[in-house]
Design a protein around this ligand. Structure first.
Ligand code: SF4
Length: 326
């Protein structure tokens, strides 16, 4: 059953370009027509390079910012047109874990105040029941009860991310947007946080959108994976299918950049895929046709003029590439 559905979601930011006498306003097309469904109980991995619009998309899905156009239906309710009061009520069910565990925590608030704040905002009293809920939440994320009176600067990066997770989960949401939750952490700590999120998902029956710039990070936690390029989803599939048979040349290049540690995979030639070269073009003036055509090793004349539609590439596997029509 779909918990969240995005339909034709667009977010353009108006940007002023040019010098003093040649100023003009241009649309930065951060998200440019995304259709996406997140099933209840799954983890949808959302992957792409920096600047592809994935974090903007994550924020749009829980309406942390207004969309330029399009709809988001969460748990049966269209949220883009909700009035503030109804939006606040529905927000209980959708929370976010941010990338920077230090920047997202108020340095003047203790752990107890930080984790308790969402409960108080949503009408709970500052009483023994609320404090017990904080204690239980700290225990769930692996922090000792003694942590409650301490402040963010007293913790390591991994522990601070545990505080951020506790704050996001204290309201027992249905959907959690995990916006690059391990990107700012040491490699040794990343696996601990991913494992914690997996355990909490099972325990609390959560649904995740897990955003990362690396296909290696989302591999273990995802049920399905969506790949985003320059404001659009270019491939979406069940995890096994996407990693075994990536259809879009961009996904193939992203996979090629994931370090291969297992010798048998190296023998199968997974490392022989073409690597990504050049920078992602600007979202102020995306390339015509297929947006990936300026970097694609398989580019054809049609790619420069016609935008490829999403096509079936296998069971539960879709990609937007003219090669699938050939
Ligand atoms: Fe490459 Fe053309 Fe496919 Fe785009 S549509 S990914 S340019 S082959």
């Amino acid at each position: 059953m779909a918990l969240l559905e995005a339909i034709g979601l667009v977010k353009h930011f108006e940007v002023v370009t040019g010098g003093l006498f040649r100023r003009s306003r241009t649309a930065l097309r951060a998200v440019d027509g995304v259709d996406l469904t997140i099933q209840s109980g799954e983890t949808l991995g959302l992957v792409g390079e920096s600047g592809c619009g994935k974090s903007t998309l994550g924020r749009l899905l829980i309406r942390l910012m207004p969309a330029t156009s399009g709809q988001v239906v969460f748990d049966g309710t269209e949220i883009m047109t909700l009035d503030p009061k109804r939006l606040r009520a529905i927000r209980r069910g959708m929370q976010i874990v941010f990338q920077d565990p230090f920047g997202s925590l108020n340095p003047r608030m203790s752990v107890e105040q930080t984790v308790m704040e969402p409960l108080l905002i949503h009408g709970a009293r500052h009483d023994a029941t609320t404090r017990d809920a904080v204690t239980a939440m700290l225990d769930m994320v692996g922090l000792p009860t003694s942590a409650r009176y301490r402040f963010p600067h007293e913790f390591s990066g991994g522990q601070r991310q545990r505080i951020g997770i506790a704050r996001a989960l204290i309201l027992r949401p249905k959907l959690v947007i995990c916006d690059e939750p391990v990107s700012a952490l040491d490699v040794s700590v990343q696996a601990q946080i991913v494992n914690l999120l997996s355990d909490l998902q099972r325990e609390l029956k959560l649904t995740y959108l897990f955003i990362a710039h690396d296909l290696g990070v989302v591999k273990h936690i995802s049920t399905r994976v969506a790949v985003m390029y320059l404001g659009k989803v270019v491939e979406i599939a069940d995890k096994r299918s996407l990693y075994a048979r990536p259809s879009h040349p961009y996904t193939q290049a992203l996979l090629a950049s994931v370090p291969i540690t297992h010798p048998s995979q190296r023998r199968r030639g997974a490392g022989a895929r073409p690597r990504l070269t050049g920078d992602i073009p600007t979202a102020l003036a995306p390339p015509s046709g297929c947006r990936f055509h300026t970097r694609c090793p398989h580019v054809m004349p049609v790619c420069r003029s016609q935008e490829p539609a999403m096509r079936l590439a296998g069971p539960n596997h879709h990609a937007a590439c003219h090669l699938l029509a050939a």
